[in-house]
Design a protein around this ligand. Structure first.
Ligand SMILES: [Fe+2]
Length: 185
């Protein structure tokens, strides 16, 4: 089994554990769409595809195991440990760690590699494949009414659209963005 598959299985198992802070849903509804977009962008834009895919699977592992606070830091530590265990080359481990440390849109980042930039980008893109999850957050966690939820989901996705940096990602996401705006205006 290749290293990407091993890491994917590790993450899926962590999501299935009762102790997972976000349950199983991030696996099918966040990580899988991210991997699909990461593959597409890596094919078009370059970067080390293996590193990119490993970083996709592991980028939120800190959040799954310990919760959202500082999950970029906890996640980078878990990734290092796991990848060392699998005897992954040290310089590639460093790059995976940088991808995880710099993936969060909410912080100031200096993403100086294409791998880091692709991870941050596909994290944003995956929102357009998970409208149900964004509505779930609005109803269940934020206790919003239907009208409030509709507005907040539209605004959230408008913000996400504005966070896209690459022409390639905008081209890929544009039909989904336009469909959302049509349905939620
Ligand atoms: Fe994420």
């Amino acid at each position: 089994m290749d290293i990407v598959q091993k890491i994917k299985n590790f993450v899926e198992n962590e999501c299935k554990k009762p102790s997972s802070k976000y349950g199983y849903e991030p696996f099918p509804f966040h990580f899988i769409p991210m991997a699909k977009y990461a593959e597409e962008l890596a094919n078009e834009m370059g970067g080390d595809k293996e590193v990119i895919l490993i970083a996709v699977w592991l980028h939120d592992i800190g959040s799954i195991i310990f919760g959202r606070d500082n999950h970029h830091i906890t996640g980078a530590k878990i990734a290092e440990q796991k990848l060392k265990e699998l005897q992954y080359p040290a310089e590639k481990i460093e790059l995976v760690k940088k991808c995880i440390l710099n993936h969060r849109g909410s912080q100031q980042n200096n993403r100086d590699t294409i791998e880091e930039q692709i991870i941050a980008e596909v994290d944003v893109m995956s929102n357009f494949d998970n409208i149900a999850g964004i509505f779930k957050a609005a109803f269940v966690y934020e206790d919003k009414t239907q009208g409030e939820a509709k507005d907040s989901v539209r605004k959230k996705l408008e913000n996400k659209w504005n966070q896209l940096h690459f022409e390639n990602s905008k081209r890929i996401i544009k039909p989904k963005f336009e469909a959302v705006m049509l349905l939620l205006k």
